[in-house]
Design a protein around this ligand. Structure first.
Ligand code: ADP
Ligand code: MG
Length: 366
């Protein structure tokens, strides 16, 4: 089922006396979550991700805008009537119930024609449990499970209602690094196997990039950019998206465009025909540097670390916005690690310019 948000806004009254203004948690959110896909909502803490999920699930009512499931307007439909499966960061399992009862719980109070017998409920629970591979653990209590297993129980409990949409709110945050990696692959597999339209909320760009079909990048309640992960990475629309995506992060340098040339300090480092004259932020991906004796951008070289396939270098330049920049180059590239300076040529498709005032992308001819 496709989910459409049409100019959805959520304004909360202020909770603090120091800041009496209302909080615009979600601001004019318009997006169509396509049927059967996994979409990540990505953004820093407080940008409105959870509120967006709560609006879709019906836990919160929007201040403005409409929400559609398929072609049906669901804006006024209460949460129980929406057929949404929600999984929170805290698994919120009942500690005194077995895994089986935790999973069947949402089915126990169904009324009328939806009412299920105990056998039917348990059959459904086993089906969901098999999908997330915990059907061997049905008699255990939550305290006898690992974090990853508890999260799977929470997912099974959301799936057992056969939801038309699955909403996952930072489901991996409580897991350790290795388990996080495994569980996110697992979520991808479960999503593919069920074909349920899934929204996955995270503040972790790597997580979002690795499992989703599409990402929605949010900041301060506003959608900054949407698209396939690789497209958003390769073609950021604003400085925020450029800096939020990528590890190590993109390097931002103060620069100037003059007569189709890009100047960093006094050096012309690249041709940027078509870009208007003026000061700009120049953002360069770590993989956008080519060391060369006649390189156009002279930098300080403070550290070189060989990491097998790649070499990671820490460099300095007075025009950098941050203290240092990270450069990743293939290990078969010549780089004199004993020198304290290095010159780079820039790879034009790894270089992005942004307006210094609006921080919006400035395009140039490649
Ligand atoms: P995220 O999930 O991206 O971290 P949230 O959606 O939880 O962000 O919150 C977005 C903004 O709305 C934050 O500034 C938060 O403090 C505020 N907010 C969330 N829920 C409420 C509420 N019930 N009352 C008042 N403000 C809220
Ligand atoms: Mg949240």
């Amino acid at each position: 089922m496709k989910i459409t948000l049409n100019s959805v806004t959520k304004i909360f009254p202020s909770r603090s006396r120091k800041k009496p203004e209302p909080v615009v948690a979600v601001n004019d959110f318009t997006f169509e979550f396509p049927d059967g896909r996994l979409v990540a909502i990505l953004g820093p803490s407080g940008c409105g991700k959870s509120t967006t999920l709560h609006l879709i699930s019906g836990l919160e009512k929007p201040t403005g805008g409409r929400i559609f499931f398929g072609d049906t307007d669901m804006t006024e439909i209460p949460a129980e009537g929406r057929g949404v499966g929600l999984v929170f960061q805290s698994y919120a399992l009942y500690p005194h119930l077995s895994v089986l009862r935790n999973i069947t719980f949402p089915l126990e109070n169904l009324k009328g024609e939806n009412k299920l017998t105990r056998e039917e409920r348990e059959a459904r629970a086993y089906e969901a449990a098999r999908l997330v591979q915990i059907d061997e653990l049905m008699d255990r209590r939550p305290s006898e499970l690992s974090g990853g297993q508890m999260q799977r129980v929470a997912i099974a409990r959301a799936l057992v209602k056969l939801p038309s949409v699955l909403l996952l709110d930072e489901p991996l945050s409580n897991l350790d690094a290795r388990l996080r990696l495994r569980t996110r692959e697992e979520i991808r597999r479960i999503q593919r196997a069920t074909g349920i339209t899934t929204l996955f909320v995270t503040h972790d760009q790597e997580e979002a990039m690795s499992i989703s079909d599409l990402i929605v990048v949010m900041k301060d309640g506003v959608i900054m950019q949407t698209g396939k992960p690789q497209e958003v990475y390769d073609d950021p629309a604003c400085l925020f998206v450029a800096t939020f995506l990528g590890t190590p992060p993109i390097n931002v340098i103060l620069a100037e465009v003059r007569d189709g040339g890009l100047y960093i300090g006094n050096a012309e480092v690249m041709r940027v025909a078509g870009a208007p004259d003026g000061e700009v932020y120049c953002a360069i991906r770590p993989e956008g540097f080519a060391p060369s004796e006649d390189g156009a951008l002279p930098c300080g070289l403070s550290e070189v670390e060989v990491m097998g396939r790649d070499v990671s270098a820490v460099c300095t330049h007075p025009s950098l916005i941050s203290d240092e920049m990270r450069v990743i180059i293939p290990s078969d590239t010549e780089l004199d690690a004993s020198s304290d300076t290095v010159k780079f040529n820039l790879k034009p498709h790894k270089v992005y310019l942004f307006d210094k005032q609006t921080e919006k992308r400035i395009y140039f001819d490649l």
